[in-house]
Design a protein around this ligand. Structure first.
Ligand code: HEC
Length: 181
């Protein structure tokens, strides 16, 4: 193999840089899907859920809601079951599933499906994470609710990012190789 000329070398570097940028985009896009507690709370406030879910309002405030979901995780197999058994909406209305409840909540604030989806996913993750903490304990002591930090989605994101960069680097190598002919 001949050494690359400087022009090709620079081209190679540029392509690799583009690959890294692409991989970072991919990472950011996938990381966006798992909201942290802070982000979820911000979304909750921005969507206007706090018009009812507030101290002294018709529904419980954010912190109490998270405590309740942590409690459900210890006492119910699924979020659907917990919602069916525990949630009584205005007018005594009951919901058959968590999705049905969230659909009602979405309509309450006239949010779009896209706006509500990350929050729905957050609640599901929060339930599952608290379930995991509840079942790994042997002491029977009350558990601190687990705080989803976004870290759980991280390993998958890293894998995605690595696969993405590897693919792009391969493309870069092929591109440089083609240029040399
Ligand atoms: C019109 C008032 C109202 C609005 C607006 C509203 N909710 Fe609710 N929500 C309720 C009521 C009432 C309940 C059931 C009783 C309770 O939780 O205190 C409830 C229950 C819930 C529950 C089940 C857990 C729980 O606390 O019982 C979740 C989760 C929830 N709401 C999320 C949301 C989200 C997310 C939004 C914004 C997109 C929202 N809500 C907007 C009134 C509202």
């Amino acid at each position: 193999m001949k050494p690359l000329s400087s022009g090709k070398y620079i081209l190679g570097i540029l392509v690799v840089l583009a690959a890294v940028a692409g991989a970072m985009q991919l990472y950011l896009a996938s990381a966006e899907k798992t909201l942290t507690v802070k982000e979820a709370r911000q979304t909750f406030e921005q969507l206007g859920c706090t018009s009812c879910h507030v101290e002294g309002g018709v529904a419980e405030p954010w912190d109490e809601m998270l405590d309740e979901i942590a409690f459900w995780a210890r006492n119910f197999e699924t979020l659907d079951e917990a919602v069916r058994s525990e949630v009584v909406y205005l007018g005594g209305k009951k919901f058959n599933s968590f999705n049905e409840l969230m659909e009602q909540m979405r309509k309450n604030v006239r949010a779009s499906q896209d706006d509500i989806a990350p929050l729905t996913q957050f609640y599901l993750d929060y339930f599952e994470q608290n379930k995991a903490t509840a079942t790994t304990t042997t002491t029977g002591q009350p558990q601190q609710p687990a705080q989803p930090s976004g870290d759980t989605g991280m390993s998958r994101d890293v894998v995605l990012a690595v696969v993405g960069s590897a693919l792009l680097v391969v493309i870069a190598v092929i591109a440089v190789g083609l240029k040399r002919r």
